[in-house]
Design a protein around this ligand. Structure first.
Ligand SMILES: Cc1cc2nc3c(=O)[nH]c(=O)nc-3n(C[C@H](O)[C@H](O)[C@H](O)COP(=O)(O)OP(=O)(O)OC[C@H]3O[C@@H](n4cnc5c(N)ncnc54)[C@H](O)[C@@H]3O)c2cc1C
Length: 376
């Protein structure tokens, strides 16, 4: 049996949900297929930091564009999405990191992103529980946080209200130009098929260069006022860049409930979802190093998730070079909650022949095949 749509999306994480919503909003007939339940992959595991990052021009463009899209929608987000513009403070332990804080501030201000350097005294006033003796920090007040599973559910509800059809609890076993074969025997046809299967995307589109990158998070009981901003050490970027080692970084988030969400860890080449107590211990030690009281809080849950990582730390958003009817939307690593809305706009703009608000070429999956050929 076959059913026909303009677009069939595989994966109802936040990226697939956002793509479905954007399609439905623009009047396209769209279906979305999810193997498990909505937001059951990386989306359920994420921190929900809506953050501007400036690792590269392309990363800046997509994160800033997407952040502005989140801000534009904040009045329609229901309470359970817990959107809160708490800002980020990038914490600089020493002078070396202060140099990086100044570079970052200059880069942000030049591009219209408010950013304020903090002296140790200002930092102490804003975040009294941080340890003394750090060199300062950088406050980025437009960064925000939200609760990812409810955000994805909300976006998908909007898509369904506009006519998107959801196929839940059934995996796609095969995709090829124009068709998605489901494990229950149903076949969906769509002029465009979107592979938004997160870290599982290469199973459906062999040849996609996406690796799993495992992360751990811990959530504490309620301690209102303990943390007021998303706090991230400036060394975090080095931990994201590492290509082989297991890394940890101080990265904590205040939740609206008063809970503290503690991260972060990164591991390659691990397939199991089990909690790894060695890296978890390192992660918590790092957190307590920056905020000693964290070590005395009671944790109520620990979990893990898999980021979909690419070699150049940019997502894969664009037509699959080996199948021009398949559009790829994966590889968002630790930024997919932030960049989901921008990804959806890029996709539907490209599909409908509209000029996107930011250049889409840097995210094209073709860049990987091109560089593979260039280095062969
Ligand atoms: C520990 C951790 C912390 C993070 N923190 C942040 C953060 O603070 N800010 C931020 O912006 N990002 C963060 N991220 C990254 C973010 O979670 C991801 O980039 C984002 O969720 C990716 O969404 P997605 O929809 O592409 O993938 P997923 O959420 O993984 O969704 C893919 C979906 O596809 C489904 N699927 C897979 N195969 C099939 C198939 N064959 N058929 C049908 N369905 C299929 C899966 O079941 C899944 O639901 C974090 C990630 C982790 C792991």
């Amino acid at each position: 049996m076959s059913r026909s749509y303009d677009v069939v999306i595989v994966g109802a994480g936040i990226v697939g949900a956002a793509c479905a919503e954007e399609c439905a909003r623009r009047g396209l007939r769209v279906a979305i297929v999810e193997a498990d339940f909505v937001a059951s992959g990386a989306t359920a595991a994420a921190m929900g930091h809506i953050v501007v990052m400036d690792d590269s021009e392309a990363q800046f463009a997509l994160t800033r564009y997407s952040q502005q899209l989140w801000h534009a929608r904040r009045s329609e987000l229901p309470a359970d999405v817990e959107f809160e513009q708490c800002g980020t403070i990038w914490v600089a332990p020493g002078e070396e990191e202060m140099v990086e804080a100044r570079r970052k501030q200059a880069q942000f201000l030049e591009r219209g992103v408010p950013a304020q350097l903090l002296t140790p005294e200002e930092l102490e006033r804003l975040e009294p529980k941080l340890r003394r003796g750090v060199a300062g920090g950088l406050l980025v007040p437009e960064d925000a946080v939200l609760y990812p599973p409810c955000a994805a559910r909300f976006i998908l509800d909007r898509a369904q209200m506009n006519g998107a059809k959801l196929f839940l609890g059934v995996p796609a076993s095969r995709i090829r130009g124009g068709y998605v074969q489901l494990a229950n025997g149903l076949e969906l046809s769509g002029s465009t098929v979107v592979n938004a299967a997160g870290a599982a995307a290469p199973l459906l589109s062999p040849g996609l260069e996406v690796k799993k990158r495992k992360g751990h998070l811990v959530i504490t009981d309620r301690y209102p006022g303990m943390v007021r901003h998303q706090l991230v050490e400036l060394g975090y970027v080095a931990s994201v860049h590492a290509t082989s080692l297991d890394t940890v970084a101080f990265n904590v988030q205040p939740r609206k409930t008063g809970q503290v969400l503690i991260g972060s860890s990164r591991q390659y080449e691990v397939e199991t979802k089990d909690v790894d107590h060695v890296i978890l211990g390192r992660m918590l030690q790092r957190a307590a190093h920056f905020m000693p009281q964290l070590g005395r809080l009671s944790a109520i849950r620990v979990w893990t998730g898999f980021r979909a990582a690419t070699a150049d730390r940019l997502p894969l958003i664009g037509w699959d070079p080996s199948d021009q009817n398949v559009y790829v939307a994966t590889g968002h690593e630790g930024l997919g909650i932030t960049t989901s809305l921008g990804t959806a706009k890029l996709f539907v703009d490209e599909l409908t022949g509209k000029i996107p608000q930011i250049p889409s070429a840097p995210y094209s999956p073709a860049r990987i095949s091109i560089s593979v050929h260039a280095h062969a």
